[in-house]
Write a protein that binds this ligand. Structure first.
Ligand code: SAM
Ligand code: SF4
Length: 329
């Protein structure tokens, strides 16, 4: 059984982008009210008195867009300074990184994953939604700033969408040749967006690898990490290529994580709501953290049976109403 020591913490469900696969513009979303967000004090209590005593030592801040949460730099500083924190990372769309990367680094953040689905301005805007002026340039500058500030590893997350950015596989892979960047291709998941891209749901990782292999060759990397990505490298490249294949393969047996949503729901599995508990409500009801620790411990014990391939409906075609931005992808 895999040791579960990694908590993904969603700080907010709101976002300054509306990526088609995550928060489609045509979908009305019920945002979490400010008073329903887990406060930083509550989060730190949960980390110190519930998760860390249970062996959690790796934390990732995500969202929605985590950089939209006020005082996020302060939170980074608090979590980074906990002696038990072995790893603190963030997943962001990068739009605000140009002005925030330096402060985040100073506060103790060292690892960052930035979403970048396209190098082409028009395709990028088509994917993230239209906001008048293109947001590509500022996002790209945010990535460059993070690199200059010293974030290492710097990972770029690419969701491959059939017929939209599929033609950029080689261009995106090429970014890893001269830079120590790690480009990760993620299979698009039909979560809260089932009506989209129906002609072909996702591009299988093996198809992407095949295209890269044909152009440059591809070798398995010695750096495999302990996450869901299978890591490869173009021979001689400085960076790596990761493939997250949750649709074409099952990696539940490698799962080492739980997810804490911005309103306090703790989920044992991305796509299976079995067993989830609301830690914020419990805290506000005055339930002792020793009792919450016991509840989370029990959830950890049943986690191996709650997994992605045994989703609630038990079918491969289940429809999910919560979007990734709400779950904290
Ligand atoms: N806003 C931040 C960002 O985009 O990086 C963090 C939150 S976002 C929900 C986290 C990750 O989930 C991103 O890399 C995004 O591309 C991915 N994601 C969102 N919806 C997805 C979907 N339907 N299928 C696969 N990945 C998805
Ligand atoms: Fe926002 Fe990230 Fe979702 Fe895109 S993937 S809409 S950037 S939360």
């Amino acid at each position: 059984m895999n040791r579960v020591d990694y908590l993904r913490i969603s700080l907010i469900d709101r976002c300054n982008f509306r990526c088609q696969y995550c928060m489609p513009e045509e979908t009305e979303l019920d945002y979490i009210l400010r008073q329903e967000l887990l406060t930083y004090d509550e989060l730190l209590i949960l980390l110190k008195e519930v998760f860390i005593p249970l062996g959690f030592s790796k934390f990732r801040l995500t969202g929605g867009e985590p950089l939209l949460r006020p005082r996020v730099v302060e939170l980074v500083r608090e979590i980074a300074s906990l002696p038990q924190t072995q790893d603190l990372s963030m997943t962001t769309n990068g739009f605000l990184l140009k002005s925030m990367a330096h402060d985040l680094y100073q506060a103790g953040l060292r690892r960052i994953n930035i979403s970048l689905d396209s190098l082409n301005q028009e395709t990028f805007d088509q994917i993230i939604g239209t906001f008048g002026r293109s947001r590509w340039q500022q996002t790209w500058e945010g990535i460059q700033t993070a690199y200059q500030v010293g974030f290492d590893p710097l990972k770029l997350n690419v969701v491959m969408i059939p017929g939209v950015n599929e033609n950029e596989i080689e261009d995106l892979a090429q970014l890893t040749i001269d830079r120590r960047w790690h480009v990760r291709f993620i299979e698009f998941m039909p979560i809260g967006n089932a009506q989209l891209f129906s002609h072909r749901a996702w591009v299988p990782s093996e198809e992407i690898r095949q295209r890269i292999r044909q152009k440059w060759g591809l070798i398995e990397s010695s750096i495999q990490g302990n996450g869901p990505a299978d890591v490869f490298q173009i021979p001689g490249a400085k960076g790596t290529l990761g493939f997250i294949s949750q649709m074409s393969e099952c990696f539940c047996d490698r799962c080492n994580r739980m997810r804490l949503a911005a309103d306090g729901w703790l989920r044992p599995c991305l796509l299976n709501e079995t067993g989830q508990i609301n830690l914020k409500i419990a805290l506000r009801q005055g339930i002792k953290t020793s009792e919450l620790r016991e509840q989370v411990k029990q959830l950890l014990e049943i986690k191996p049976e709650i997994n992605f391939k045994q989703r609630e409906s038990g079918t491969e075609n289940a429809v999910y109403n919560r979007t990734m931005s709400q779950i904290g992808g």
